[in-house]
Write a protein that binds this ligand. Structure first.
Ligand code: GAP
Length: 462
């Protein structure tokens, strides 16, 4: 596969393609938009679903040591006392005394002043206040009375639903350690400085897994999951030079890993500035026995594990790979972006924009394109389109405009295969399949199109 880009790629290019082709729209756009909130359009929602599906296959379906759960977003307020979020889930915040904007004190080096975007915070002529801690949890009230007894929080991570259900899951599944519990779902954080498109938002989706093991094996599993998760991005096509691991320093460890734990980030080189900026894509943490012990203390319920083989009772350690579905979707979109110069049928040099998605992630897997609107072409094409769709392939049918234009549109959607129905198809029962990356064309029996395309999506489930 030819990869020519993307050192000069900017976020503006991605945002504009995302809107033009229906990947991502601004939330509430007709009302002027709502800052840092985004809606996934018809192809964006397919891409994100495919990312989550690929994660699920890899972390849950293909393994026999991970099960899943789907917990409610609202949880008992004591959960957040026990987890440490009410006390410690804070970011340092500073105010500019002149322009009144607020900034994360630990990100000043990468932020811009909204009043003077060429300047850093505090360089607009204002002075920054001392940093103070700001809790990121979204607060709401349950029921008709808005008093302190009705306070509830939108979960800031999906992990806590897993910890409080550890006993339920372990006893109902009869899983022995080591085993994991996975969950995909929305989380909410009142971020001080959201931004960079879908990278940092206040409502986002996480793909988390808590892997419970014997304390003596925690280091081994931590290393295992770091490697496994890093490789997952590579297997789905992220370029190696755009991915790196970064260990957290002791001063940036989360509260649950402060004592004996460890954390590392899988970072992606997002095009947030010239040359790119390494930013967190996924975190992998050794959360120790912190969460199970704290929930045991606060609930009065025993969350230890009894090993029948060794007759040992202990609180398991937890290794957590925590990925963001939106950040992963953005990374796959950015990394797929490519441009190449081609010579058109009329001999003119043209730029071809291609999203080189891994076939499993592509929002549209196959496009059916009749060469003309005349019969019997349309009937043959329509029949093929219907048969591919009902057998589960994500298909598009497009008859509008010249074939070159239709190919360009599918290239920009990242469709791996275009099937053209021409005047011979009704006679010889064959169609032409065009490969997105090589642009090579192959003549295939109409009945074999499904098998040909599907074979490209099969293979190792991980
Ligand atoms: N349970 C651990 C946990 O939540 P985290 O590093 O705070 O760890 C995990 O979050 C992942 O969730 C991040 O690596 C990122 O991909 C995603 N994430 C976190 N905050 C986000 C935000 N404001 N917007 C989009 N994604 C976010």
């Amino acid at each position: 596969m030819k990869r020519t880009m993307t050192s000069g790629l900017t976020m503006d290019t991605i945002v504009s393609l995302a809107k033009r082709r229906g990947f991502v729209f601004q939330s509430s756009e007709i009302y002027g938009g709502l800052a840092s909130c985004w809606d996934y359009g018809p192809v964006g929602v397919e891409l994100k679903r495919n990312v989550k599906e690929a994660w699920w296959r890899s972390v849950v379906t293909a393994r026999d040591d991970v099960v899943a759960i789907d917990c409610s977003i609202l949880m008992h307020p004591r959960v957040w006392e026990a987890s440490g979020h009410l006390e410690s889930f804070t970011d340092p915040l500073v105010d500019c005394k002149k322009c009144k904007n607020r900034f994360r004190a630990d990100q000043l080096h990468e932020l811009r002043c909204p009043e003077k975007p060429s300047k850093r915070p505090g360089e607009c002529g204002g002075e920054l206040t001392e940093a103070r801690q700001f809790n990121l949890m979204f607060k709401t009230f349950m029921g008709p009375v808005e008093d302190s007894s009705a306070v509830a929080y939108l979960r800031p991570e999906t992990a806590q639903g897993i910890f409080v259900n550890f006993r339920n899951v372990q006893t109902t599944t009869r899983k022995k350690l080591p085993f994991g519990i996975a969950q995909v779902g929305k989380s909410f954080r009142n971020e001080i400085t959201p931004g960079n498109f879908t990278f940092r938002t206040r409502e986002f989706e996480q793909m988390e897994m808590e892997f419970f093991c014997h304390p003596s094996e925690a280091e081994k599993w931590y290393r295992y999951w770091l490697e496994e998760r890093f490789d997952w991005y590579l297997r789905l096509g992220i370029r190696k030079e755009h991915l790196r691991l970064r260990d957290h320093g002791r001063d940036e460890l989360a509260h649950y890993a402060k004592e004996k734990g460890a954390c590392a980030d899988i970072e992606y080189l997002y095009p947030f500035e010239k040359g790119g900026r390494w930013s967190e894509l996924e975190g992998v943490a050794n959360r120790t026995d912190y969460d199970l012990k704290r929930h045991g203390e606060f609930s009065g319920k025993d969350l230890s594990y009894f090993d029948p083989a060794t007759r040992e009772r202990y609180h398991p350690y937890v290794i957590e790979p925590a990925a963001g579905a939106d950040r992963a979707t953005l990374a796959f979109l950015v990394d797929a972006y490519d441009e190449e110069t081609i010579i058109s049928a009329k001999g003119k040099a043209e730029t071809r924009v291609i999203l080189r998605f891994h076939p499993r992630l592509a929002p549209v897997q196959v496009a059916v394109l009749p060469l003309s609107k005349k019969e019997p072409l349309m009937e043959v094409a329509r029949k093929l389109y219907d048969s591919l769709r009902v057998r589960g392939l994500r298909c598009e049918y497009d008859v509008a405009g010249g074939i070159g234009k239709r190919y360009r549109r599918q290239d920009e959607l990242g469709t791996p295969f275009c099937v053209t129905i021409d005047f011979d198809s009704a006679e010889d029962g064959k169609a032409t399949i065009r490969d997105r990356d090589s642009m090579e064309q192959e003549r295939v029996d109409l009945e074999q199109v499904f098998g040909f395309v599907q074979a490209k999506f099969l293979g190792d489930a991980r």
